[in-house]
Design a protein around this ligand. Sequence first.
Ligand code: GLT
Ligand code: MN
Ligand code: MN
Length: 388
Amino acid sequence: MSDQFTPLPEHKFSFGLWTVANQGRDPFGAAVRPPLPPNDAVAMLGEAGAWGVNLHDNDLVPIDATPAERDAIVSSFKKACRANKIVVPMATVNLFYDPIFRDGAFTSNDARVRAYAVRKTMSAMDLGAELGAKVFVLWGGREGTETDACRRADDAVKRLREAINFLCEYSLDKKYGYKFAMEAKPNEPRGDIYMATTGNYLGLIPTLAHPEMVGVNPEVAHETMAGLNFVHAVAQAWDAGKLFHIDLNDQVPGRYDQDFRFGAANPRGAFFLVKFLEDVGYKGSRHFDAHAYRTEDYAGVKEFARGCMRTYLILKAAAKRWNADKEIQALLAENIAAGKGAPPVNRYSQASVKALMGASLDREVIATRGLAYEKLDQLTTEVLLGVR
Ligand code: GLT
Ligand code: MN
Ligand code: MN
């Protein structure tokens, strides 16, 4: 049955191969689902109505595959994508699973590890380019510490910068046209990760050799783990022209890395996020980096994938109602109108200083007027709960 919340290619919903094929392993328990081969995962995504699939190199090609094995896997995967009308908008590299990365990849003290990590990333870029990916995500999950005795933290930052610069040159050299999207996380699997928040990356990017090629991939769960407001991080990235990708999922603050279905934990936060992305006209993938509960079989995984997309579209419809709500818009407009006639401070000049100094700005009067945010918030709740 299709309704107004049925996903379409134009919605650009994508999933990581590692998300739907996740077998439900956790630090305390074994896999609860049998392996799902990549081609079957693509078929499932096609049935669920997704548009794209994203992958790490080793989600598709085992780390020890021979070149001939690699080529056979890739050509059969391409066929599966075509047959299921699924594209590969983003690729990434696994720099966290293999024991060689136990003390980091690009930031490791061991130059052999750094070299291996850069070379592995170059191969992953080749793979992504072959599949049509234009965005390359780098998640530095192991780029961190348990003890800061191991290295000076600014050495780690320097090494990270060198690696990103090297990889930008490789993309230029090969004419891959990649945009790199850097993904932050505060901790897990390391005690502390160097690039803890999206803001950290927004600070690093201008120091790179090719800042125009590098942006961010903020993840709901990761900023939430850091106790931060996700929409604010996304908004700053957007304002900087750096929102190259986004990882949608959900997370309760103060818990383990949950990667819940989008909107499962904090539908209100998800609403403001969807409203932001739709209001500003974000054109990139709506990528779900989430896992089905460990209680599920693959029928449940498919429900999980459908749920992520359906919730996004329900919230998008709610955002449209919110924007069209006369009472909500009137409250917002009244707050803006209250400041009418104030001297502008958007550009400095002798005239603007003179106007500013001469203006009457009565702080007591200004602070007296209630802002009606209680009403605004209640109306938002009513939109969200479907009674407006
Ligand atoms: C890993 C992590 C995610 C990253 C992926 C990209 S892999 O599952 O938890 O947040 O986006 O490397
Ligand atoms: Mn992620
Ligand atoms: Mn995550």
